[in-house]
Ligand binder design. Structure first.
Ligand code: AP5
Length: 232
């Protein structure tokens, strides 16, 4: 049985960092809607053209555009990582409409046609005051996408990826003003999903304000079935 999981959290909470680690260890496919949308922008596709201005401003891209890029990828087995044991969604869902659409599609795809949800949703929690420093200092590898930080997660050589030797760059939406807007959108539209998944009994909350390796272990524990909390 393939795992269907998601990682939630504020911008800069460490979703991408943790998903990269955990997916490599558990052989899961890492599906980041932010990455899919940035690839669409870079390719100049219709979805990318529709998404660009929303992303630059730190706002959510319209649901239909996001569904297009994500569900095309999810439904296309040949484009998926060979022999993965499932997937981890990163940055999706971002609001109630997206969460309900995902559940509807999971149920439709289930063999028994019974209501189906994700297996586990991991919610990485980091106080807002940590977020701006994390994001304005973030650097990403152009080659393999690995995340670094100029202070907290340094590469061995400045500006160069430890894994593939690729050049590190800064995302255009990692400026302080856009980060503040992304945080405000998160609190208004995404944070309420904690209740949605708690009601389904599949939410695990992880303290993300600790060393990267400590958080990774907590996420692995969460995925192994420990600490899943129902509505309290
Ligand atoms: P997206 O790419 O999803 O961005 P985000 O949610 O804002 O999250 P980030 O990628 O910025 O942060 P992260 O949590 O992955 O943190 P990271 O691990 O990199 O979305 C971008 C845009 O696309 C959105 O604004 C929206 O416009 C659009 N979009 C995407 N999905 C959408 C959807 N479903 N619907 C509508 N629109 C959508 O870590 C951050 C930094 O902190 C790094 O430098 C890292 O090295 C460092 N760090 C990580 N962990 C630690 C730690 N434990 N201690 C110290 N530093 C750490």
């Amino acid at each position: 049985m393939k795992r269907q999981t998601a990682i939630l959290g504020a911008p800069g909470a460490g979703k991408g960092t943790q998903a990269q680690q955990v997916c490599a260890q558990l052989n899961l496919e890492h599906l980041s809607t932010g990455d899919l949308l940035r690839a669409a922008v870079a390719a100049g596709s219709s979805a990318g053209l529709q998404a660009k201005n929303f992303m630059d401003a730190g706002n959510l891209v319209p649901d239909e555009v996001v569904f297009g890029v994500l569900f095309e990828r999810l439904g296309n087995e040949s484009s998926r990582t060979a022999k993965s044991d499932g997937y981890m969604l990163d940055g999706f869902p971002r609001n109630r409409v997206q969460a309900e659409e995902l559940d509807r599609r999971l149920s439709e795809a289930a063999p028994s046609s019974q209501a189906q949800t994700l297996d586990v949703v991991v919610d990485i929690c980091v106080p807002d005051e940590r977020i701006v420093a994390r994001l304005t200092g973030r650097r990403i590898c152009k080659g393999c996408g690995r995340n670094y930080h100029v202070e907290f997660v340094k590469p061995k050589q400045d500006g160069v990826c430890d894994d593939c030797g690729g050049e590190l760059y800064q995302r255009s939406d990692d400026t302080e003003s856009v980060v503040m807007e992304r945080l405000s959108v998160y609190h208004e539209q995404t944070a309420p999903l904690e209740v949605y998944y708690k009601e389904q009994g599949i939410l695990v909350t992880v303290d993300g304000d600790r060393a990267v390796e400590t958080v990774t272990q907590a996420v692995l524990d969460a995925l192994s079935g420990n600490n899943v909390a129902g509505l309290s």
